[in-house]
Design a protein around this ligand. Structure first.
Ligand code: FE
Ligand code: FE
Ligand code: ZN
Length: 279
């Protein structure tokens, strides 16, 4: 069965987000682990948490995904930036694990001039102070577009991070279709080739989530602008092939397309219909 959902706002609380998933006829969601542009977070009441758990269980949600804030740069050489990032990833892994959320994804970081290797060393040290090895949650590294000094646009860089940490068994990968296309992995003309390279370098068993987005920017542009499904440079047919691929079809798909809930509901419906038609 297809597991699909979108990035959902938690402005109205986490139980409300789960209710909105049901209304959208989806069966999973991604939420921010805290305020994406600031540093704060709300503590949920016991009642709210119970309501949330009840909705996800009754509706048989697939794995839920938390996204760490964009303001967090675990690759940074600036002490105040780095210490903030270390605190956020440590707290949010623990907080999301306590909520029973299955996966948390973060952008590996920007090295901002110190170089990829040094940046990766910082990321590894940051993860090592955040992951005890006792948690149930999987920590996912996101494949990035490679804009600016972004780390994670090459599978090799993600591999280096995973190999460097004390608890690699807790690290998985979230593949963002927009980002890998922009990074120069040709999922339009050579999906099998891209996946076999992923398998050779990282191993397909590490894939835990797909960020399912079209791309406003052209192939290999190293620019990160999401488009709604079918309205970008990847296109509907290529994206449906991603969704139907035997190595990917059982993964959870999370839309991060520029739409509100009503638009996302239609987008999900369209995807389900097209999948049926093309079977
Ligand atoms: Fe992301
Ligand atoms: Fe993404
Ligand atoms: Zn993106």
């Amino acid at each position: 069965m297809l597991t699909i959902g979108t990035h959902m706002s938690i402005a109205g609380g986490i139980a409300q987000s789960a209710k909105n998933v049901v209304l959208m006829e989806a069966n999973t969601m991604q939420i921010f682990s805290r305020n994406p542009r600031g540093s704060g977070y709300k503590t949920y009441s016991q009642q709210e948490i119970e309501a949330f758990q009840k909705i996800r269980t009754e509706n048989q949600f697939g794995p839920l995904l938390a996204h760490a804030p964009y303001t967090m740069n675990l690759a940074s050489a600036k002490p105040e930036v780095y210490e903030f990032a270390c605190m956020v990833i440590r707290e949010d892994i623990a907080r999301m694990d306590a909520l029973g959320i299955e996966t948390i994804v973060f952008h590996p970081g920007n090295h901002t001039g110190i170089g990829t290797e040094e940046g990766i060393r910082n990321i590894i040290a940051g993860l090592d102070q955040a992951i005890s090895g006792e948690e149930s949650i999987m920590v996912l590294l996101e494949t990035m577009s490679g804009k600016g000094t972004e780390i994670g646009a090459r599978f090799e860089e993600l591999k280096a991070i995973r190999d460097g940490v004390k608890h690699p068994e807790r690290i998985g990968i979230c593949l963002d279709t927009c980002h890998i296309f922009a990074a120069g992995y040709d999922i339009v003309h050579d999906l099998d080739g891209v996946l076999s390279e992923f398998d050779r370098i990282l191993g397909l068993e590490l894939l835990r989530a797909i960020h399912f987005n079209d791309s406003m920017m052209p192939f290999a542009s190293r620019k990160d602008r999401h488009a709604t499904i079918g309205d970008g440079e990847i296109g509907l047919e290529a994206l449906l092939r991603v969704m139907r691929h035997p190595a990917l079809k059982d993964l959870p798909f999370y839309l991060e397309t520029p739409l509100e809930d009503a638009g996302h509901k239609q987008e999900i419906q369209m995807i389900k219909e097209k999948l049926k038609e093309s079977r």
